[in-house]
Design a protein around this ligand. Structure first.
Ligand code: HEC
Length: 472
């Protein structure tokens, strides 16, 4: 009797008979749901709405993409130029023009209200990736639509102003705040949470409309003999921007002073403040980093990535004035350690760093570009170059059927096949180097699309999101 009842209840739950109406479980509704959960009754703050009315087509040219006319050189030089190419190579101007486009129509202070505006000049300019509100642990929260990433530690956010070597040295205590930093470290054993939200312009939106149409089921198509998501590679004119927040306070990280304070529905610390838990509540986070990425047909990877850090010390009155450009990257420097042995290594040339950064110097593996909250053993384009998805609606498992994006033994520290593959340059529709993942679908550097394919794979395979494993 009991057994039969349990079976019936399980069956009813499985077909969505009780709490959840069957319609809520269709890929169409799950892919395009705005957020993991809606605001509580009486909420008066901003509410995130997924921008997913993807345009069917976009003009063949992007008239506003004026950086594409900036004369920059992508040609490898041996030996690499010894003078810094940031200004001499016009990269400073290139990145500035991208930010000028991104900030058009946005609130000068980029405040919690209104947050980011998807409508610019009377039309929808910016679009989101679907399937990012399925996972209750890290999926989109209801205030700004941010999702959770790797937890940043204070050492990622602060470096002594004179530390230009970076590497794996523990870097604690920018001189001006030595006292506070020690207490901050003591008081923030769990580290700081990074919650971030990304937008693609209409050229990216056109691609998403094909890759993940209204059915919510990812589609693939043949591109130059290789299966990849329909609509990809991303067309010329594509611009991506991503805003990253941290819950580190200006007391701990002085350059965050004055940074916009956003409400984020994020994880609550346990009572001992040593770990984040599965429970979420609306808490304050601050804008710390702004990432951009653009397609550029001149680039060996098809892309240029760039990043900005919020800096209280930058002159100006708006949020945008306070964004300090850190540098750009258009390749992973396959001629530089650990892609080659140290004896053969030449200095990086496919990352160009702003030499004027004096609040701290952050870069990734061996002089390649990474941002303040990024993994310093990696770099923008090496991590993004690992964006692949398992075919056929399967779950992707890093290191098994898709490459490892976040880390592997010896990452950045030794010459190895794994590092040679990870720090190689590929361009869509190439497979990941090394031959280990022959069936993985190339995603043209989009790690948000990787999240989308992964969440669809989770739904398709298990019919429910992964369980929360935080605080354990
Ligand atoms: C170790 C891995 C890693 C590194 C290094 C990294 N990212 Fe990302 N990035 C991700 C992941 C994962 C996502 C997707 C999840 C998300 O957006 O929340 C992402 C998303 C993005 C997006 C949104 C577009 C998309 O679909 O991927 C942009 C733009 C971006 N990153 C730019 C950068 C820039 C610029 C840098 C270097 C300053 C950088 N990233 C370094 C892992 C990385």
């Amino acid at each position: 009797m009991t057994r039969k009842f349990a079976t019936l209840a399980a069956l009813a739950a499985a077909v969505g008979f009780f709490a959840i109406p069957a319609v809520a479980q269709s890929p169409a509704s799950l892919a395009f749901q705005n957020t993991v959960k809606g605001p509580p009754p009486g909420w008066t703050g901003p509410v995130f709405k997924l921008s997913a009315a993807y345009p069917a087509a976009a003009p063949s040219q992007c008239p506003e993409c004026t950086w594409l006319q900036v004369p920059v050189s992508f040609a490898p030089k041996f030996p690499p130029p010894t003078d810094n190419q940031w200004d001499a190579g016009n990269w400073s101007e290139y990145l500035k023009r991208i930010l000028d486009y991104v900030k058009q129509g946005q609130d000068p202070q980029f405040g919690n209200t209104p947050g980011f505006q998807v409508n610019v000049g009377g039309m929808t300019r910016w679009f989101n990736v679907p399937w990012m509100a399925y996972d209750p642990t890290v999926g989109r929260e209801f205030v700004h639509g941010t999702t959770n990433e790797r937890t940043a530690h204070l050492r990622d956010l602060i470096h002594p102003p004179t530390d230009f070597t970076r590497g794996s040295k523990p870097v604690v205590g920018a001189n001006t705040i030595a006292g506070e930093v020690a207490s901050c470290l003591e008081q923030n054993k769990a580290g700081f949470e990074t919650w971030s939200v990304g937008y693609y312009n209409q050229w990216g939106g056109v691609a998403f409309g094909k890759a993940i149409p209204k059915s919510g089921v990812p589609q693939t198509a043949d591109y130059m003999g290789t299966q990849m998501p329909a609509g990809l590679p991303f067309p010329p004119g594509t611009v991506v921007v991503k805003f990253l927040t941290t819950n580190a306070t200006p007391d701990c990280v002085p350059y965050l002073k004055g940074s916009p304070e956003w409400q984020i529905d994020r994880h609550v610390l346990n009572a001992q403040k040593t770990a984040y838990t599965c429970e979420r509540s609306v808490q304050i986070s601050r804008l710390v980093q702004v990432d951009v990425a653009v397609t550029d047909s001149r680039s060996p990877t098809g892309w240029v990535y760039g990043t900005y850090a919020y800096s209280a010390d930058q002159p100006g009155t708006t949020f945008w004035d306070h964004l300090l450009p850190l540098g750009i990257q258009y390749g992973s420097d396959p001629w530089t350690f650990p892609a080659v042995p140290k004896a053969e290594s030449v200095p990086v040339q496919q990352s160009v760093l702003n030499p004027g950064v004096n609040i701290y110097q952050h870069f990734g593996c061996n002089g390649r570009l990474a941002g303040p909250v990024d993994n310093a053993q990696s770099s923008c384009l090496s991590c993004h170059g690992s964006a692949y998805a398992a075919p056929g609606g399967a779950v992707s498992t890093m290191g098994t059927n898709v490459p490892n994006s976040f880390g592997f033994a010896g990452m950045c520290t030794q010459y190895s096949l794994a590092n040679t593959s990870y720090f190689n340059n590929t361009i869509a529709p190439q497979k990941f180097s090394g031959g280990n993942f022959p069936n993985a679908l190339p995603l043209d550097t989009s790690l948000q699309l990787e999240v989308a394919f992964q969440q669809y794979g989770q739904f398709n395979t298990y019919k429910k999101p992964a369980a929360c494993a935080l605080g354990k």
